[in-house]
Design a protein around this ligand. Sequence first.
Ligand SMILES: O=C(O)CCC(=O)C(=O)O
Ligand SMILES: [Fe+2]
Length: 290
Amino acid sequence: MTSTAAGRSRPLRKVARSTEVGEILQIVAEDGAVIIGGFLSADQVRRFNTELDPALTGVSAGSQHWNPIMQEFHGANTKRMTGLVAQSPTFGGEVLDDDLLHALGEGTFRDRLGDWWLSTGQVIQIGPGNRPQFLHRDNENYPAFAAMGKSAPEVCANLLVALTDFTEANGATRVLPGTHLADDFGVRGAPGETVAAEMNAGDALYFSGKVLHGGGANQTHDQCRRAVSIAIQASFLTPEEAHALLIDRDTIRGLPARVQKLLGFRSQYPVGSPGLWTADAKEIADQLGL
Ligand SMILES: O=C(O)CCC(=O)C(=O)O
Ligand SMILES: [Fe+2]
């Protein structure tokens, strides 16, 4: 145990998927993160991976971003792939429709902020030799909230599902538990203070947008660590992926209504708002004939 800006670092707690959602969220409130064992079944992991493989083969490792800081963030030997609904019926029809994902989103955002949606559904495959990603907080995507430090509302969270086993050696996500409550968000923490989110394929790490974390170094010569990052957020914030401009109508028509809403094919109702993302001040799904 070492001292950190938030006090003492501590191990990550792990719960079973059947755990009551209030209990799961209580751990996130205390630690900033939790591992959910068996979030996806072995059969779901197998089908999801099989559906992803062809497209992922065609993705090059490394970043296309113009900014060198983002190139480092994305990882020189990391493959990232978005647009997953088009690639994987399992992702659109099962993972995004998962009752526990919805319970986590409702429990995280509903009372204080209202509707929530998908920022990005992103495969992150860290290949051999990839350096550790620098520690960061995901709410830095929205600097106005990051600047509020620990008192910021929880505007975003991430359900990062392991699609291969995650080990310390192959790049398991590093987390600095407790740093969602740090007094000074300017202190980034040292890599040595972090803990590795070691998981079996199908387990998931659910974490606060305010907790310090980053992809781990892949120190193996021959293993790829694959995850799907399901980043969710209050729907008054612009998502990373422009799903509603990218997913075709035939594909979206085949998905459940609550998945359509996560992807921006329904109007959005933040707490206190008369409604956003509308057509003629009315429900966008009606206009679209969904
Ligand atoms: O790949 C990981 O383990 C974490 C990735 C991450 O935190 C991010 O890209 O924001
Ligand atoms: Fe992150």
